[in-house]
Design a protein around this ligand. Sequence first.
Ligand code: ZN
Length: 209
Amino acid sequence: MSQALTEDRARCRPRICHESPGVDLERATAAAAALLDALGLDLHDENIAETPRRMAAAYVEMLSGPPFDFTTFPNTEGYDELVLVQDIPLRSVCEHHMLPFVGVAHIGYLPADRILGLSKFARVVEFFSRRAQTQERLTKQVAEHLEQHLSPRGVGVVVEAEHTCMSLRGVRASGARTVTSALFGALREDPSTRAEFLSLTRNGRQASS
Ligand code: ZN
């Protein structure tokens, strides 16, 4: 591959990877065993003897998103209306309780020079979800990533999720949904575009419930 082609590929398909240091599965397993032991579980019981290892593996899976190529294409048709991807499934872990929160994300953007491959929206959501998170930060990170790497005229992200730290413990408000949003560019500044985006995400919610 020529240097120019390689450079072009790197510009159009940057590989997005986690910066965090690798995990120590052995140490996580030992720590899970210590936690369960301190909580009064009998790890000599055959049924739960392997639970610390499974617990550690489950957290490793929930906390590490796979790298992906952020593939963009030239906007040759000059498409300038809103692109909206609704109901992207989302599962993450709340960093305050290390319990899962589950929901959907809606992403809209107004293309400029480049458009994003549609499957990449789900990839971006997965990438920022698979780590210890707050819903507010997750929403902002997805929007900022698209803003920085796609340079659209505007971008909006709405996340709706149910937090098990709220439904299974504490106030036990099962069914309560938290909604967060992050808007940039024309989706933030232009009142009619903003209203169009937010009403479309609301319609999606009514249709899915
Ligand atoms: Zn929590």
